[in-house]
Structure formats: C-alpha cells, structure tokens
Design a protein around this ligand. Structure first.
Ligand SMILES: C[S@@+](CC[C@H](N)C(=O)[O-])C[C@H]1O[C@@H](n2cnc3c(N)ncnc32)[C@H](O)[C@@H]1O
Length: 310
C-alpha cells in the first residue's frame, strides 16, 4: 500500500520521519525519494539493518538505521538525539525476506528450524511448543490464531513431544495437518497455528500497543502516524487507539455523571474514518497484500501552531 502510505504520511522537505518497520526498505526508499527529508528507520531484525546499508549509501546523510524494537522507539530515538517527528510509519508483521527464508522458521511450506524470532533474541517457537502447558498452548492458538481446533492441536503437540522434541517447521506442520481438517478457504491447516506462535514469540500485540502510544507522543503538531496491518487482532488495537486519540471514544452514558467530566481531550484527527484497503491491482500482483488495512492519524496544531504555519 505504498501509494496510500505516501498520501497519508505526506513527507515534506526538511521533515524528520521514522519508518519503524524498515524490512526490505521499500517504504523507506519511497519516502526518501518523495521529499528531501531525513528518515530514521528501526527494525528488530539485524539482517534488515545490514541490508539497509546499501539504501543509506544511496541517500547520504539522510537515512539513519537503528536495530531495536519499535516498542522502545522513544528511548531508541532519544539516545540518537531525536525527540520530535513529522511522521511515523509502521507496516506490521513479517517481511518477505523473513517469510521466504526457511532458516528463520516462519514458513510451514519449507522445512527449517522452528525459530520464528524476528530479532533473534528470547525463546524460539520450538521452546514454546516443547515446554508450554496444554492449557496455555490452547489459549494462544485460540486467541492469537483464532484456531477453532486449538484444543485438538495442543493435545497433538503434547502427544508428539512426549515421543521426541518438535524441532522443525515441517514436523510441527505435519502434526497440525493430521488433526485439523482442511476448510473451504483452501488455506493450509497449519496457517493459523503458525501465526499464533509467531505473534506470541515476538510479543507482537504488546509491541504494537507500546509503539502507538510512543509514536503519538513523538509527533510534532501536524505530524502524522500511518499504520498498515495485516491481521484483524492488530487492526483492532490500532483502530481503538486512533479512535480514542481523536476523541471519538463512544459518548459516555448520560446516566453516568462521571462521563461528563472525563471526556478525552482530542489532540489528534483521524485521517481515515474507515480503514483503507489495497486496490484490486495490488492484490493481484501481491496476494499477501489481500488482508492489508491502513489507518492514519494527525496531531492537531494548537492555535499558536496554526498562526505559525499560516
Ligand atoms: C512487513 S515488514 C516491513 C516491510 C517494509 N515496509 C518494506 O517496505 O520493506 C515488517 C518488518 O518489521 C519488523 N518488525 C516487526 N516487529 C517489529 C518490532 N516490534 N520492532 C522492530 N521491528 C519490527 C520485521 O522485522 C520486518 O522486517
């Protein structure tokens, strides 16, 4: 959704921006090309930062790469001497580089070590499936993967690991496929369980909540936050955050007098009252874009800022 990202971020000359999910640098390159601005870029994956050196060389002094988690963006930028931004973009989830490399352990299509860590730190997916209690595993598969057969999958994992540890993506996919019947959607029965484990391994939902709050605080008046999600759980968090920040929280009950004094002060404006979706042409060219949703928020200018901008 590159065109929509640029349209909502609206980079301008002299602006300072953050791409908090650098990945393959596609968005970063387009932002740098769109205006003579400065771009800070974060990715938790050291391989993404290493790859980014080539793009930084193409835009001397304009692209600054930081390895770390976007949930720590405030501290990471503060350490680099940056406290105000004209825009932040986040494209959540995994990159094609990560998904397509069997050694990273994200894919059930090719066999590889059952890893799934984007940043290479903390417990792997293999650690989780070989140690978690059945109940905890069931909850993760159900809540983060929306897997209807979560209990059945968790039980099959416990049975299999009693024989031998589950160490590869191929082993895990075979265990899941043996107990989850294919449905009419045609997606692989392992899809939802793999997604749940990936979200858990990388604490993806916790990271998003931390990042949204910090990104909003970093924005200068008139600055914009643009988020692209690929999953309904992520989108729900983003939608709630942006709705509340723009003062669109549901009106308090007229029967509850506390609500009259506790309305949030809206310091932001919703740029996308409804999530933007990719054009049919984009989903044809890139089927992974099918589930993408974009939401954007702008920090309001105070009256003094309006006068200064006029
Ligand atoms: C969908 S890709 C971004 C693609 C990028 N916009 C591009 O044009 O190539 C998501 C990237 O975000 C990174 N990422 C995911 N969660 C992160 C987090 N919590 N902190 C930092 N980077 C994260 C992943 O490592 C991955 O490289």
């Amino acid at each position: 959704m590159l065109a929509e990202v640029l349209e909502n971020l609206a980079p301008h000359a002299g602006g300072v921006y953050l791409d908090a999910t650098f990945g393959g640098g596609g968005y970063a390159g387009a932002i740098l090309q769109a205006a003579p601005c400065t771009l800070w870029a974060i990715d938790r994956d050291p391989a993404a930062i290493t790859r980014g050196a080539a793009l930084a060389a193409r835009f001397p002094g304009r692209l600054h790469l930081i390895q770390g988690k976007f949930g720590d963006m405030l501290a990471l930028l503060e350490a680099a001497g940056v406290s105000v931004l004209d825009g932040v973009v986040l494209a959540l989830g995994v990159s094609s580089f990560q998904l397509d490399d069997p050694d990273r352990g994200f894919s059930f299509r090719a066999d590889g070590p059952l890893d799934m860590r984007m940043g290479g730190e903390g417990p792997t997916a293999a650690d989780l499936v070989n140690t978690m209690a059945e109940r905890e595993l069931t909850d993760i598969l159900f809540e983060l993967g929306e897997e209807r057969h979560a209990r059945r999958v968790a039980r099959a994992i416990l049975t299999a690991r009693a024989e031998a540890p589950i160490l590869t993506t191929g082993q895990l996919a075979a265990i899941i496929r043996a107990v989850v019947p294919p449905d009419r959607s045609g997606i692989d029965p392992a899809t939802r369980s793999f997604q749940a484990l990936r979200i858990q391994v990388n604490d993806e939902l916790g990271e998003i909540s931390r990042a949204l709050d910090q990104a909003a605080r970093l924005l200068a008046p008139g600055g914009r936050l643009v988020v692209v999600c690929f999953h309904s759980l992520e989108d729900r968090i983003v939608k709630r955050f942006m709705t509340a920040a723009s003062g669109r929280a549901p009106a308090p009950s007229r029967h509850d007098p506390r609500g009259l004094t506790q309305r949030p002060q809206a310091g932001y404006r919703l740029l996308t009252p409804r999530a933007m979706r990719p054009h049919p042409g984009e989903t044809q060219a890139n089927p992974r874009a099918r589930s993408a949703r974009l939401r954007a928020l702008e920090r309001l200018r105070g009256q003094a800022d309006e006068r200064a901008a006029a």
